[in-house]
Design a protein around this ligand. Structure first.
Ligand SMILES: Cc1cc2nc3c(=O)[nH]c(=O)nc-3n(C[C@H](O)[C@H](O)[C@H](O)COP(=O)(O)OP(=O)(O)OC[C@H]3O[C@@H](n4cnc5c(N)ncnc54)[C@H](O)[C@@H]3O)c2cc1C
Length: 313
């Protein structure tokens, strides 16, 4: 591939994608790229732009469903040490987009910095979490003991956007810029950081007793494992909740769909908003099951469920 000549970093052609997603589903990437530096990334982004090749930025692949074919584009994974760097100044933590949430939360804990404990147990990278505005559902928040946000039994959702001070991104032309939080719109499982590659973020935390932080982290992991289906391959909650009060899982459950399957894909018996890969599921199985669920919920409740999971086909 001539257009890639002179670009440094790890480049592969036809890389199987299954192993790069928590769903264990996906075809191949036309081009797979793991840059070692910002310069590598700029070179690739510009080369792909000239070739009109779409870019797919992938973190831990824990919120994506990828079709079972060769995807025409460049998959970018910020897995090198450069993109996983972290540093701390006072109560602010700098984190590279390729670091996992577990690495970030553990580093914060180690330095006695609190705030992100509610993300404990969520698979994913900082980049994916910021892009998706990852967070906690009202249900887990309600069950979340001392860490829950509510007063008088009221529950509150929390998301990573609440802690972001600024984000450094590269646009699809290869230009790098810093965006302050007042310019970023974080809404439910969404940010306006579209068409850019998140490189790093500064997050504002609070100093706290380490023992309390650890207790909070363990509580959240425990609640998540009790409430969600961690035993099977999935992409977490498949649909967005229609509102804070109405959970997609409850609506799907009320339609009697727990355990319903299409091919290798099934509605989890533990959490109805989890579509799981029972083994050998194709993306098409998941999409057929998704349509069936949407139809049944629409017929019974008149509500349209929208996927939280990003579908690449
Ligand atoms: C068992 C399980 C439980 C889960 N529980 C929760 C939960 O409680 N709360 C919650 O919010 N989520 C949850 N999730 C979903 C998922 O873990 C989060 O959305 C996570 O933040 C996604 O991060 P990722 O790195 O895996 O992103 P990916 O899945 O790789 O990508 C998701 C999206 O982010 C984009 N993206 C990734 N990295 C970057 C980057 N550097 N720059 C720009 N865009 C980028 C991708 O292009 C894609 O559009 C769960 C998933 C699983 C499998």
């Amino acid at each position: 591939m001539n257009y890639l000549r002179g670009i440094s970093g790890k480049i592969k052609f036809g890389e199987p994608l299954k192993g790069h997603t928590t769903f264990r589903i996906g075809g191949k990437a036309k081009v797979w790229f793991e840059p070692e530096s910002v310069e590598d990334l700029t070179n690739m982004v510009r080369a792909a732009g000239k070739q009109k090749l779409p870019l797919f930025v992938i973190g831990s692949g824990s919120n994506v469903l990828i079709a079972d074919k060769e995807i025409n584009g460049v998959f970018i994974k910020l897995s090198s040490a450069y993109f996983k760097k972290m540093s701390i100044k006072s109560a602010t933590i700098y984190c590279g987009a390729g670091a996992t949430l577990a690495e970030l939360i553990n580093t914060a804990y180690f330095h006695g910095l609190s705030g992100l404990e509610f993300l404990s147990g969520i698979p994913g990278t900082l980049g994916g979490a910021v892009f998706m505005n990852a967070g906690i559902s009202a249900k887990i928040s309600a069950e979340g003991g001392s860490a829950s946000g509510g007063k008088n039994g009221k529950t509150k959702t929390k998301s990573i956007g609440d802690f972001v001070k600024n984000v450094t991104v590269m646009d699809y032309k290869g230009n790098v810029k810093k965006i302050n939080s007042d310019k970023i719109i974080f809404t439910y499982r969404k940010s306006n950081l579209e068409r850019c590659i998140i490189l790093s973020a500064h997050l504002k935390l609070l100093k706290k007793d380490k023992k309390k932080i650890k207790k909070n982290m363990l509580e959240y992991i425990d609640k998540r494992r009790k409430a969600q289906d961690y035993a099977a391959s999935s992409a977490g909650c498949f649909f967005k909740n229609p509102s804070n009060e109405l959970s997609a899982g409850r609506l799907i459950d009320l339609c009697g769909l727990k355990g319903r399957s299409v091919g290798g894909a099934a509605v989890s018996r533990k959490h109805a908003n989890f579509i799981v890969n029972k083994g050998g599921a194709k993306a098409g199985d998941v999409l057929s099951l998704m349509s069936l669920i949407r139809k049944r919920v629409k017929n019974k409740f008149g509500l349209t469920l929208n996927p939280e999971v990003k579908i690449w086909q």
